[in-house]
Design a protein around this ligand. Structure first.
Ligand code: PLP
Ligand code: CA
Length: 300
């Protein structure tokens, strides 16, 4: 199947598609902005969707950025959105913990911002070790004293270490200890063609060491579907469009949820990927060169 540019299809096909959804869930990095600046036209694209009666919600895998920084970035790109319109792994984790009525101590491998959000939501956490560890006995002694930890959470932590992973592994030996992963991206795209190591390799090590599967609350995790649907009171998943720049995290997640999907070409995925990607469920219904093209699709 050839994936078409939404701008190139017939007026009727375009109208049918645009009338088929009320909610637009969109990825941020690579779609709305890059790490350094807004993507041209994205703000106008969001406004065009709003003017045509669509509810726009932002779903990012980045919990490292504070709420204040999100708001700053929206302003910088003339994007009409507030922080209530954003869902990312720390908020998704909190939604999940509330849903299962979680009580108890958390061990968190994550950014300061992630841990701050947990604390503000009323959850108690421990982290570290943050000092140099030279032998396993020291680590073991520390861990032994602060059991019982009731949940291990892993998200982006640029200070992740072998000591932190071993500590998490020890807690996870208790089958009653919850295991939650936020973002699970193997690589973090920084700019086109430049990627760095993401959380993926670390959460995979923990899964392998513990013989357990994490509840994944970031894209493309199964647990995120219900979290999104509950939080935004979505009645019919078929009337949702998911927009992203990556095939696995964004389009794969959209398909898994029964949403319509659209890829933009301003981030990770390339035209070649559209032709060669082996997994059908990670291919979008349509693509657009950029989010800003939404200013044109309604004109026809
Ligand atoms: N996590 C971190 C720490 C990032 O820096 C980024 C992108 O810059 C992401 C995740 C991916 O974010 P998104 O899901 O908005 O593409
Ligand atoms: Ca992205």
């Amino acid at each position: 199947r050839q994936i078409k540019n939404l701008l190139d299809v017939s007026t009727e096909e375009k109208r049918n598609f645009l009338n088929s959804f009320d909610y637009v869930l969109t990825d941020c990095d690579g779609v709305i902005w890059t790490i350094v600046k807004p993507i041209e036209g994205a703000g106008e694209g969001v406004s065009a969707l709003h003017e045509n009666g669509k509810r726009v919600i932002f779903i990012s895998n980045n919990s490292v950025r504070s709420h204040e920084k999100y708001v700053e970035k929206f302003k910088e790109g003339n994007i009409n959105a507030s922080i209530d319109d954003v869902l990312h792994p720390s908020l998704a984790t909190i939604c999940y913990l509330r849903k299962i009525n979680f009580k108890g101590l958390i061990y968190c491998i994550g950014s300061s911002e992630f841990k701050k959000k947990l604390q503000e939501a009323g959850y108690e956490y421990i982290d570290g070790p943050n000092e140099q560890i030279e032998d396993f006995v020291t680590l073991w002694k520390a861990v032994k004293d602060d059991n019982p930890v009731k949940a291990v959470i892993i998200d982006t932590d640029f200070n992740v270490s072998s000591a932190k992973l071993i500590r998490a592994e020890i807690y996870l030996k208790n089958p009653e200890c919850l295991f939650i992963a936020g973002t699970t991206d193997m690589m973090l795209p920084i700019t086109k063609g430049f990627k760095i190591i993401g959380v993926g390799p670390y959460y995979k090590i923990l899964e392998e060491a513990s013989g357990r599967r994490a509840v994944v609350v970031g894209k493309p995790g199964d647990a995120l579907k219900d979290i999104v649907i509950d939080k935004y009171n979505i009645k019919d998943p078929k009337r949702v469009l998911f927009i992203g720049d990556t095939l696995e995290q964004d389009i794969g997640f959209g398909t898994k949820c029964g949403f319509k999907t659209l890829l933009v070409m301003t981030g990770s995925a390339t035209k070649m990927d559209l032709l060669t990607h082996p997994k059908k469920q990670e291919l979008p219904d349509y693509y657009l060169e950029a989010f800003g093209d939404f200013t044109k699709v309604f004109d026809d």
